[in-house]
Design a protein around this ligand. Structure first.
Ligand code: SF4
Ligand code: SF4
Ligand code: SF4
Ligand code: FES
Length: 607
């Protein structure tokens, strides 16, 4: 069989073209013929379990599932006949009879449930079979989502998503026959799972109300919400988001299937943390009077900042920005930069070394899909860039990719590695073993993070290159993928903004009496700047600190003026991801209170 060779078949009397290796469902879809499905989900392996997609193939006495039956050249397929409709209706009735599908009290009622939609489509308002109504568990022990076994139709979409997309295989089907049930790990409650990453991909895949987001439940159907496509700004991967909103509040957030970066997948940070975790917002400008920050108007706050900056000594002004700011804010910074004697961005430990010669890793996500060997050096994707970690797990588990991890901190990825070792100078025996593991690798990728930017890290990189060139078949070069942790740090560095790790040293180069901090929507409000006690003492000595931030924090405690800035879902513009792609930010909500986008605040203050 030559996969991809063109085939011709007739579906419902229509001549259709397809490619050898495609299923009947795929060929029908490509030719504009819709076949009902329930257990099928694009990008997952076909399962063929629900039997909603059955079709008749001329010459075959049995109906076959279109989602898992290959299309054959010259065949004739019927997708819609009285017999098929009767069988599909029977399937639906049996599904409804097996568990509690009492729609009015389900969080997916009124348009978000595929099962309900199918029932409407077949005109089902009652069923011919007795309800079994088993009393099954509603597991709401997980932080972000619940699992109501009563609504489950055992389609395994969640099981396959967890296994094939997130790569952890937390879920499976347990028990037998009518007692079949989704199980978490070795049959524990979701909240006790040791493997679940809370990525929420299983919830997004569930066609019923069995898996549901707690924060979205009973807030009205998503089908009646506004949808805005934007980009996650929690890390430099830049996954695509679809934000559902109603009455200027977020109802739910899903991955954008059309994103070229993430193809619909998200990690916990992008899917939940940004909107489910409560964070105290700064809603109005504030000016310090008699030792206390008091709310004021934008006009008064801007006037105060202008007065303070003009009173400050020439040569003693500095601005620090968060690496989360947009490209548009960066361009505004470039315009106003001359007003400041120093302008820098605060980055994580050792990240300044990554920013010194900023390299974008073109097509990194595709290269991760194609690699047959991966070396992870000083990067922690499980903690920082969850969607990259998912790709690594899937590569190892599904494609048998070789994985070598060199990191001083342990992570769940160690369990998937052929070799895992701390970043220290290692012996010859170790490098021989690395050579054995990577011996047949043809397309190795090196994924390195800030922790690799040490003298030992550079020595290790040198040894790795030698091992690969001397011991691996073909002597392929390592294709490096640089993995910073800050959202837009590479773009800012490429735009000339200096990375700063040690704030007090940077500010202490010469005395500073006016400091303007653009903390933007740093989740901790920029408090990480004050992690070291001596930095706080240092900032307290500065005559005037202005803080532009979205969230209250210890940083606002040392500010003379506080200006409220918009958060991720209130921003327009773009960020540049670690691959060098400029990705769009589209505001899903109007800014809360009197907050404004960072570049608008800066243009107003420095006009
Ligand atoms: S949240 Fe993610 S990791 Fe957890 S069970 Fe669902 S798909 Fe698997
Ligand atoms: S929980 Fe949802 S996705 Fe998983 S098997 Fe049940 S119905 Fe299907
Ligand atoms: S991997 Fe990064 S960009 Fe993607 S969802 Fe997670 S935090 Fe957001
Ligand atoms: S969609 Fe084909 S068997 Fe379920």
């Amino acid at each position: 069989m030559i996969a991809g060779k063109e085939i011709s078949l007739t579906i419902d009397g229509k001549p259709c073209k397809g490619a050898l290796g495609q299923t009947i469902l795929q060929v029908a879809g490509d030719n504009g013929i819709e076949i009902p499905t329930l257990c099928y989900l694009k990008n997952l392996s076909p399962w063929g379990g629900c039997r909603m997609c059955i079709v008749e193939v001329q010459g075959s006495p049995k109906v076959v599932p279109a989602c898992s039956t290959p299309a054959t050249d010259g065949s004739t397929v019927i997708t819609n006949s009285e017999r098929l409709q009767g069988l599909r209706r029977l399937t639906l009735e049996l599904l409804f009879s097996e568990r509690n599908h009492f729609c009015p009290i389900c969080p997916m009622n009124k348009g978000d449930c595929d099962l309900q939609q199918q029932a409407y489509g077949f005109g089902i308002d009652s069923i011919r079979y007795p309800y079994l109504y088993p009393a099954l568990l509603v597991d709401v022990s997980g932080k972000y989502f619940g699992l109501d076994h009563n609504r489950c139709i055992l389609c395994t979409r969640c099981v396959r998503t967890c296994d094939e997309i997130e790569g952890v295989h937390t879920l499976d089907i347990g028990n037998r026959g009518v007692k079949n049930q989704i199980v978490v790990d070795l049959n524990v409650m979701f909240g006790a799972s040791t493997t679940c990453t809370s990525c929420g991909a299983c919830v997004a895949a569930c066609p019923t109300g069995a898996l549901f987001d707690k924060s979205a439940a009973f807030h009205g159907p998503l089908s009646r919400c506004q949808q805005v496509r934007t980009t996650c700004t929690e890390c430099p991967v830049g996954c695509g988001l679809v934000v559902y909103t109603k009455d200027n509040r977020i109802v739910d957030v899903f991955g954008d299937a059309e994103s070229t970066v993430s193809r619909g997948h998200l990690c916990r940070r992008g899917r939940y943390e940004t909107w489910v975790e409560p964070r105290p917002r700064i809603l109005r400008p504030m000016v310090r009077r008699d030792g206390h920050l008091v709310p004021t108007s934008w006009g008064d706050a801007v006037h105060t900042v202008k007065t303070l900056i003009s009173a400050s000594n020439h040569g003693q002004n500095a601005m620090l920005v968060s690496p989360r700011v947009t490209n548009e804010t960066m361009r505004t910074l470039q315009k106003i930069g001359l007003r400041f004697d120093h302008i820098g961005m605060f980055v994580a430990d050792k990240e300044s070394a990554l920013c010194t010669s900023p390299e974008f890793s073109t097509d990194a996500m595709k290269r991760l899909d194609d690699a047959d060997g991966m070396i992870l050096l000083g990067a922690q994707p499980s903690r920082e860039q969850g969607v990259v970690a998912a790709k690594i797990r899937v590569a190892v588990r599904k494609r048998g990719v070789k994985l070598v991890i060199l990191n001083s901190r342990r992570s769940d990825l160690d369990a998937y590695a052929d070799i895992s070792a701390p970043i220290v100078t290692l012996e010859r025996k170790f490098w021989n073993r690395v050579g054995e593991v990577l011996g047949n690798v043809k397309r190795p990728v090196l994924i390195y993070g800030a922790a690799a930017m040490t003298a030992v890290g550079v020595t290790i990189l040198d040894r790795l290159t030698k091992v690969l060139t001397s011991q691996c078949n073909g002597g392929e070069m390592l294709a490096p993928i640089q993995l910073p942790t800050s959202t837009n740090s590479l773009a800012l560095a490429a735009g000339g903004v200096e990375p700063v790790e040690d704030i007090s040293t940077w500010l202490g180069v010469q005395p500073v009496n006016f400091l303007y901090v653009v903390a933007s929507d740093e989740p901790d409000g920029g408090a990480r700047l004050l992690k070291e006690p001596h930095v706080r003492a240092f900032l307290e000595q500065i005559d005037c600190v202005v803080v532009q931030a979205s969230y209250e924090s210890a940083l606002t405690d040392v500010a003379r003026v506080v200006l409220p800035s918009a958060i991720w879902c209130e921003k327009n513009g773009s960020v540049t991801n670690f691959e060098g792609r400029a990705l769009p930010l589209r505001a899903a909500l109007a800014p809360s209170g009197e907050a404004r986008e960072d570049n608008i605040v800066l243009e107003t203050v420095f006009a």
